[in-house]
Design a protein around this ligand. Structure first.
Ligand SMILES: *Cc1c(COP(=O)(O)O)cnc(C)c1O
Length: 436
């Protein structure tokens, strides 16, 4: 088909989704300037595809690995091989990759609760950790928290310019400091996301003060954004969720830990039981999705990354502030946009929802959520419930009306979703001109 004819079919396919020409032109003009950045992302995906393939081949993945086990799951070759694949990929001694790990928070809680003992201290040298960890640690009092078990917590914030508070960290490390937790992604804060290189610097600095401390990295949303992982720059333990980047959109549940043998053994014994450790845990029918999802994860992450960059470029042109900005380098897949009014925040989320493959016909509404001090509006029409590697957005209904947007299993879908947000704002008269 000639290019012109593709362009006109694309126009009519997009019009059927409710797009108008001014929005589509705005999108195409913005995209034309992103060619070089997208080429870089494709190059990273290619390297990561090779890494995944190499790990699968080194671990000798075979057809038998795709069959699951039931009951105790003794001698589950598929489970054992998958854990070998993750260890190869992260260049670690061992890994724990299980459907019994219910989510990212569970994976992180498992890592912390199994590697800390009463009397130990946990330190976060990069500010407040992800919201859901507050109750795990006991920053907010909670039944079963680390605090209840006599594990204390210290935190050193990043400096206002985003740099490490080297002096503060040196002072905070003491004889009880057993584990350092570093969150790679900014999560829902406005601090910068850390590159693996910066994580490496921080780890070197910490090891100068205390060489035998365990360094754990919360790797959520960071996997495959670069061509190395935190375990390549000195982390002892790397932890994440399979319904984010490394599950490639196919994993229906699960979490992973990759790291030092003793750290993984501690976690396995906590997940199952002392004496049983990694030896039990039936994989049921989860393995094909875990393997295939990991295989797709480099290109799925690349799609989500392109979507985030496209969104920042569109919204900056529309006069909104974006974090990271349109031109900044990226180390995770989250895009925050300051939408300034409740109307714009709702329109954005409704736009994302209307572009979903599932539940596109429902309208998201702001709602009170446990742990939040304002109603939250969420858009998600995902194949896997709550999956945020799929196109999704949410934001608290309070000034400055930030939306946090992430995911997109394919680049065309991420593109359609973001353009839908612009279309919705435009249709409601919330934006008046397109600055291209
Ligand atoms: C998503 C996320 C978590 C928690 O994962 P859940 O699967 O939502 O429990 C923890 N840390 C960061 C940085 C995350 O992005």
């Amino acid at each position: 088909m000639a290019l012109e004819s593709i362009e006109s079919s694309s126009r009519s396919a997009f019009r059927e989704l409710g797009f108008t020409d001014d929005v589509l032109d705005f999108g195409e003009k913005t995209l034309a300037e992103l060619k070089d950045r997208f080429a870089e992302i494709d190059a990273v995906a290619e390297i990561n595809q090779a890494r995944v393939l190499h790990a699968m081949q080194n671990a000798k993945v075979s057809e038998a690995c795709l069959l699951g086990t039931t009951g105790y799951g003794y001698g589950d070759i598929g489970r054992e091989t998958l854990e070998h694949v993750y260890a190869e990929l992260f260049h670690t001694e061992d890994a724990l990759v299980r459907p019994q790990i219910t989510c990212g928070t569970h994976a992180l809680a498992l890592a912390l609760m199994s590697n800390l003992r009463p009397g130990d201290e946990l330190l976060s040298p990069v500010g407040k950790p992800y919201d859901t960890l507050e109750e795990v640690i006991g920053i907010r009092p909670s039944m079963g928290s680390l605090a209840e078990y006599g594990v204390t917590y210290r935190q050193v914030d990043l400096k206002p310019d985003g740099s490490f508070d080297t002096e503060g960290i040196r002072q905070a490390v003491n004889e009880r400091t057993k584990l350092i937790t570093i969150q790679r992604s900014k999560g829902y804060q406005t601090r910068p996301t850390l590159s693996c290189e910066r994580i490496g610097e921080l780890i070197r600095m910490i090891r100068e003060v205390k060489s035998d401390v365990i360094v754990m990295v919360d790797n959520c949303y960071g996997e495959f954004v670069q061509t190395i992982e935190p375990s390549d720059v000195g982390a002892d333990l790397v932890v994440g969720s399979l319904i984010k980047n490394p599950g490639g959109g196919l994993a229906p549940i699960g979490g992973y830990l990759a790291g030092k043998k003793t750290c993984i053994e501690n976690a396995a014994r906590r997940l199952t039981s002392p004496g049983l450790g990694k030896e039990v845990g039936a994989s049921l029918s989860a393995l094909p999705a875990f393997y295939q999802g990991l295989f797709l994860a480099p290109t799925v992450t690349a799609s989500a990354l392109k979507g985030a960059i496209f969104a920042a470029n569109l919204y900056e042109r529309l006069g909104f502030s974006c974090y990271p900005s349109a031109s900044e380098p990226r180390f995770d897949i989250i895009q925050a946009v300051t939408l300034k009014t409740p109307e714009c925040l709702c329109a954005f989320c409704e736009g994302i929802q209307s572009a979903a493959p599932v539940d596109a016909h429902v309208r998201p509404e702001p709602w009170d959520m446990p742990g939040y001090d304002a109603p939250v509006i969420m858009a998600a029409g995902a194949f896997v419930s709550g999956s945020s590697i799929e196109l999704s957005a949410d934001g608290p209904m309070k000034p400055p009306y930030n939306v946090y947007f992430q995911g997109g299993l394919t680049w065309p879908h991420a593109k359609i979703g973001i353009l839908k947000t612009v279309q919705t704002l435009r249709d409601r008269g919330l934006i008046d001109r397109f600055r291209v």
